[in-house]
Design a protein around this ligand. Structure first.
Ligand SMILES: Cc1cc2nc3c(=O)[nH]c(=O)nc-3n(C[C@H](O)[C@H](O)[C@H](O)COP(=O)(O)O)c2cc1C
Length: 248
């Protein structure tokens, strides 16, 4: 059998559109990162505030981020170490077990970007970016006052998933929402996606997306009601858009 380059092209099997297979075991980490980070997107951005053991506040964006349940409210973020040194966020979370995830609106995108600078641990990136901090309720790290939504978290699990790779699984203890993004009665609040105006991370080092290009798909039911057609419809108003049923 001839030796193939790991990025060699060619159809995988007859009849399928031409694809290219990448043998991840034969590639280096940087090449795998380039592919994955430009494909698994858009990614929501966790703007994570932590405290060092001496109380120094740290803020940095992390787009390896999502939530993984609500019956126990769980979210996770992934930190990749710099050569030879763990990121401050990861080190602070290991040391204190606490962090706050602040979400990033379009209006805050530039300030978020300012806090991704590779500053030494003693630098408070919130002060650097001219951002005000607001006290949290149950954890030491403050939240970012201007963020439209913030989640106070306590570590549930720390998973070292590879060299310099830390997956932080946290339980959300408290959520803070700006009143201006909430709709509906106090006993059944809904979040107005358009008012949140969040941004997501895209490919490469500098590409982002706004979350305004919304369309809707009705979920199919089984058996399908007679004559029902499933069609995509664009988002009409951009108001409080929440599914009628819990979205699972
Ligand atoms: C939008 C955005 C998303 C990022 N996502 C991640 C991520 O998921 N994991 C990671 O290790 N670094 C990520 N980075 C890079 C870190 O923010 C950067 O290394 C930062 O300096 C880390 O700061 P810290 O040492 O204070 O934690 C991201 C940067 C940006 C701008």
């Amino acid at each position: 059998m001839t030796q193939q380059h790991p990025m060699a092209g060619g159809p995988d099997h007859a009849g399928a559109p031409e694809t290219r297979r990448f043998d991840f075991a034969a590639m280096d980490g940087a090449a795998r990162y380039r592919l994955l980070a430009s494909t698994i997107m858009p990614r929501p951005i966790a703007w994570v505030t932590t405290c060092a053991p001496d109380g120094t506040v740290n803020a940095a964006p992390y787009s390896f981020f999502n939530f993984f349940g609500a019956d126990r409210p769980v979210l996770a973020i992934g930190a990749l170490a710099r050569p030879g040194r763990e990121k401050d966020t990861a080190a602070n979370i290991r040391a204190t077990g606490e962090f706050v995830v602040n979400l990033v609106s379009f209006a805050l995108a530039e300030a978020m970007n300012a806090t991704c600078v590779e500053a030494p641990p003693e630098v408070d990136e919130l002060a650097l970016a001219g951002l005000a901090a607001a006290p949290s309720h149950a954890v030491a790290p403050p939240r970012i006052a201007a963020s439209p939504a913030a989640f106070e978290c306590r570590v549930m699990r720390l998973l070292d998933t590879g060299p310099g790779q830390l997956l932080v699984v946290g339980e959300i203890l408290h959520a803070h929402y700006a009143e201006r993004v909430l709709r509906g009665p106090p006993e059944r609040p809904r979040v107005a996606a358009a008012a949140l105006d969040l941004v997501g991370r895209m490919h490469g080092a500098s590409a982002y997306v706004r979350t305004r290009d919304v369309f809707h798909l009705e979920r199919p039911v089984w058996p399908a009601p007679a004559g029902a057609a499933q069609a995509a419809s664009p988002d009409a108003g951009g108001g409080a858009q929440t599914a009628a049923a819990p979205g699972r």
